[in-house]
Write a protein that binds this ligand. Structure first.
Ligand code: MRU
Length: 351
C-alpha cells in the first residue's frame, strides 16, 4: 500500500491527553498512528523504534513525562516529583546515545521542580511539552535556512539514515536543509543510503523525499565509494545523535565510513543538528554506543540471512572525528573548524 507523508506531517503529537505517534516500524508499507496514555508505553515505543531519531525521541520523552504527571495520584509536590523521577529514569534508559532524550526529560523535570504545587505542575508540564514539540519544527526551519546557503543549484546530496521529518517532530534536520534548499528555488537531488540493518534510509528517507517530490535515488550502503568515485555526489549532509564540545559527532552506524570516503574524494561533509543535540560535558570515552539485538543483522524483513548462533556485533552508532567534518549546521549558525572555538561561539550566540 502506498502511503502519503510530507514535511507537514507530525511524527509525534499530544492529542486528548494522549501521545499520538506514527509507528515507524510499519513504514513504508502502512501509515499507522499509535496512541499511548501510559508513559511506560512511550518508553517501549522509543526502545522498539516505533519513534526514533534524536529530536523525535527528545520530544517523545517530554510527552512521556507529561503522561506520568497525569497518571500520578500524588497529593504533594514532593511525591509527584518522586513519581516523575521514576518515569524519567525508565524513559531515559531506553536508548543511551542520543542526548536529545536526556535534554527533553531534564527540561521537563526543571519546569516541574520550579512550580509550587501539584496543580501548578500538572498545568504547566503538558504545555511545556507541547511547546517543545512546536519549537522543534521552528528550529529545523531556521537550521534549513542556514544550511541552504551551503548548497548550490544542481547539487546532489548524499545522506545517511533518516534525519528528516520522521526523525523530528516535522521538517527534519539534514532533510530540512534539503527541503529549504528546494524551497529557495535551487534544483537539488539526493542519494540516500539504505542504512542497514534497520533500513531507515530506504524505509524512511527514500519514502519521505519521494512523497515530497524531491528527486531521490536509493543506493546500497556498499555503493558509497562507487558513487563518490563516479562523481555523483556534490556534498554529504547527515544528522547527529550527539555532538561533543570538540566537534566529535555520534550518528547512525556507517556515518564514519562515509566521512572517511568523503575526505578521500574531497567532498564536503556537513552535519545538521539543533543545539539540543550538543553534549558540552562528556568526553568521547564517556559516550555510550547503543548495542542492539543480533536479529537486526541476522535477518532481513523477518527472514533469516545468517547461520544459527552466529556471533554478531551490532552497534547502532559510530563517532566521526572533527577532522573529517566541514561544518555543523545549527539553528543559530554554522560552526566551522576549529570546532571547539566555533561551537562555543554558537552557544554564546544563543544566550
Ligand atoms: O536509530 P535511529 O533511527 O534513532 O538513529 C537515528 C539517527 O542516527 C539520525 O541520523 C539522528 O538521530 C539524527 S535525526 C535528525
Amino acid at each position: 500500500m502506498e502511503t502519503k507523508v510530507n514535511s507537514g506531517l507530525r511524527t509525534v503529537e499530544w492529542k486528548d491527553n494522549a501521545v499520538v505517534m506514527i509507528d515507524q516500524t510499519k513504514l513504508p508499507n502502512e501509515l499507522v498512528y499509535v496512541k499511548f496514555s501510559d508513559y511506560r508505553e512511550v518508553a517501549d515505543a522509543i526502545r522498539n523504534l516505533v519513534v526514533r531519531g534524536a529530536p523525535a525521541i527528545g520530544v517523545s520523552g517530554a510527552f512521556g513525562l507529561a503522561l506520568a504527571v497525569l497518571q500520578s495520584k500524588a497529593k504533594t509536590k514532593e511525591d509527584l516529583l518522586s513519581d516523575l523521577e521514576q518515569a524519567r529514569r525508565i524513559l531515559h534508559d531506553t536508548r543511551p546515545t542520543a542526548v536529545n532524550l536526556a535534554w527533553g526529560l531534564d527540561k521537563i523535570m526543571q519546569v516541574a521542580k520550579s512550580r509550587n504545587d501539584v496543580l501548578e505542575i500538572k498545568e504547566s508540564i503538558v504545555e511545556e511539552a507541547k511547546s517543545m514539540a512546536d519549537e522543534d519544527i521552528k528550529v529545523n526551519m531556521r537550521m534549513g535556512k542556514y544550511g541552504a546557503q551551503l548548497l548550490g543549484d544542481n547539487d546532489t546530496i548524499m545522506t545517511h539514515c533518516n534525519a528528516g521529518a520522521l526523525a523530528t517532530v516535522g521538517y527534519g534536520t539534514a532533510l530540512g536543509v534539503i527541503r529549504a534548499t528546494k524551497e529557495s528555488g535551487k534544483k537539488i537531488k539526493v542519494i540516500a543510503t539504505e542504512t542497514r540493518p534497520v533500513m531507515q534510509g530506504s524505509r524512511l528517507t527514500a519514502f519521505e523525499l519521494k512523497h515530497d517530490g524531491i528527486d531521490v535515488s536509493l543506493i546500497p550502503d556498499t555503493a558509497v565509494g562507487y558513487s563518490m568515485a563516479q562523481g555523483l555526489v556534490s556534498k554529504v549532509i547527515v544528522g547527529a545523535d550527539r555532538i561533543l564540545r570538540t566537534g566529535h559527532v555520534y550518528n547512525k552506524i556507517g556515518t564514519y565510513q562515509i566521512a572517511i570516503m568523503a575526505k578521500q574524494h574531497e567532498i564536503p561533509f556537513y552535519v545538521a543538528a539543533p543545539l539540543s543535540t550538543f553534549d558540552l560535558k562528556s568526553r568521547p570515552e564517556e559516550v555510550i554506543i547503543e548495542q542492539r539485538k543480533p536479529s537486526e543483522v541476522t535477518t532481513i524483513a523477518g527472514k533469516k540471512t545468517a547461520p544459527d548462533n552466529i556471533n554478531v556485533i551490532n552497534p547502532a552508532f559510530d563517532m566521526t572525528p572533527p577532522e573529517l567534518i566541514t561544518g555543523i549546521i545549527t539553528e543559530v549558525g554554522i560552526a566551522k573548524p576549529p570546532f571547539e572555538e566555533s561551537i562555543k561561539k554558537l552557544f554564546e550566540t544563543k544566550l
